[in-house]
Structure formats: C-alpha cells, structure tokens
Design a protein around this ligand. Sequence first.
Ligand code: KG4
Ligand code: ZN
Length: 331
Amino acid sequence: MDILSIESSCDETSAAVVRNGREVLSNVIETQIPIHIQYGGVVPEIASRNHLLKISSVVDEALNKAGITIDDVDKIAVTYGPGLVGALLVGVNYAKGLAYATGKPLVPVNHLLGHLSSPLITYKDLKPPYMSLVVSGGHTYLAKVLDYTTVEIVGETRDDAIGEAYDKVARTLGFTYPGGPKIDKAAKIGDKNKVTFPRVYLEKDSLDFSFSGIKSAVLNYLNSAKMKGEEVNPDDVSASFQEAVLEVLVEKSIRAMEIYDYNKIVIAGGVAANTRIRDMFDKKSKELGIEVYYPDFEYCTDNAAMIGCAAYFLPSIENPLSLNANPGLKL
Ligand code: KG4
Ligand code: ZN
C-alpha cells in the first residue's frame, strides 16, 4: 500500500510517499521559515500564497524521489485540520483535485494524529496502547493512544501551547522565529538555576497545563533586571525558563502513566526535538523502567510522512469533493 500524503497546515509545504504505514519512500519538506522570519512568526496569508506556489513541485518531487508515478499510488492522504485555514485549504484542494482526476481514494488526516504516528516510522515494532505527549507550536496534549486511530485526551493546555511559550519567550530574548531551537541551544550553555521561574501545576491531581504565566514571569524578570541596571544573560534565562516548563511536562506525563497504568510513552510534535526534554525523559526511563519513544528529528516538526503513516490505518471518504478544511479540529 503506497500512500501519497500532503501536509500544509502551517508553514511547511510537504509531500511524502509512505509504504504500508511505516516505510518512508520519500519525504519532501519545503519550509517557509526564511520567509516568515522577518515578521517574527507565521503570517497566515503569506503562508497560503507560498503553499500555492510550491505544492505542485513538492508533490512531483515526492513521487520522483520515491521512484513511482501517480498511477502507482494506492491512496492520497491530506491534513484537513487543525491549522491555519488558508494554508490547510491549499493542501486539501490539491488533494481533492488529484483524487478526483485519478479516481484514487482520499484519506483525510488529523494533523495531531499525524504527529502521534510519527514514532511508528522509527520504531517498526511499536504498537498501541501507550500514553502520549503531543508538544507542538499550537498544541499540548496528554492522551491515551488506545489503538492506531483512537485517542483519549487526559490533559491539555488551558491557554498557550508549549511551543508558543518557547517562541514568545525567545522573541523577548531577541532570538529569531522559530524560537524553540534557539532556546534549546542557548540553554545548553546557560545556568538553569540562575532564575527560579514558577512551576505551574494547577489543581492537585490535574493533568492540565498552563503556559501563559511563564512568559509574563520572564518579561517581569527582564524588566526588573533592566530597571536595576543588571546585565541579563539570555543563555541563563533560556535554561531557567526551559527547566521550569519541562519539569512540569515531564512530571505530569509520569503522573498520567501512573494513574492510567501505562509503561510506554510517545513524545511527538516540534518540541519533541528538544534535547533537554529527551534528557529528562531518558533519566526517568532509567529511574522508573518506563519506555520512552521519540520520532527521528526529521519527523518531529511538520512533515507529510507522519500524515501518510497515520492514513494507513484510517478510512477513505466516499466523495473526495466533499472534504473541507477544519482549522479547529480536535484530537
Ligand atoms: O509541530 P510543529 O512543527 O508545528 C505545529 O504543529 O505547531 O512545531 C513547531 C514548534 C515551534 O513552536 C518551535 O519553536 C518548536 O516546535 N520547536 C522546538 C524545538 N524545535 C522546534 N522547541 C523546543 N526545542 C526545539 N529543539
Ligand atoms: Zn505540527
């Protein structure tokens, strides 16, 4: 089963060919980061226009790299939400057109289920059930993965997503978009004990998160240091911020595993590329004997391979032309 998959929910135009849900024959990612960097974040209208410019060549390249033609493809899969509506529509309409013209089945895929499926590419024997932590620019979820397509949320952010917190704090420190990787790098040389930022656990036993307070805490720290004429070291602030948010993420993940009696956890989404989150989970894995799975770095941030992987287990829709983008789609 060869699936041609398309992803355009944010600022990556991507197409992939995935065989039997696990073997990636090609995964072409055309990132728009250099375009959005000057605005400090993704500009939706510019994102849609650039998806439109690139989508056709990205799909052709994915087929070429896989060494197949559109005739050899068994199904077409596409991200239909959540994401930026204009960006999603480019991929959705392209996939609909392709499905209609070729008569191939069309499989709509939830972007978040795509992220959750990304470790399956790396770990060929990994099978649900497992606990999962989805940490991306737009989402933060703790969810039980019951089987390949059934997910039950047990905790989520009540305000900002974790990646959003990284990006916002990075901006206040003068780092360019996307800030996550820059904070990750700066934190390696910074002192994580320099500033004690609040750890937000919410109510006792809650598996929910809140990350909007920490950006104000960082901003307050920067302003008060400025007023006192103290020098601020962005590496130390990065390390201290990161420690505060990741400590909560890891603690709550472990708590969720204990409550629901899971021994395996999958970490997915852009922030799963973070080196400190991996260190922390690896330490817990040794201490507690739990199994922790991450996607390869290539499959952490947005890519079409994870969409093709998820699509393998999902049904196609009867009438491809009926598909619409759903920007607020839930996990
Ligand atoms: O999954 P993704 O590509 O897009 C969404 O679906 O949102 O995630 C992008 C997010 C951005 O907020 C980016 O700053 C963050 O992932 N990110 C990181 C790292 N690499 C990407 N955050 C922390 N450390 C990293 N190494
Ligand atoms: Zn994503």
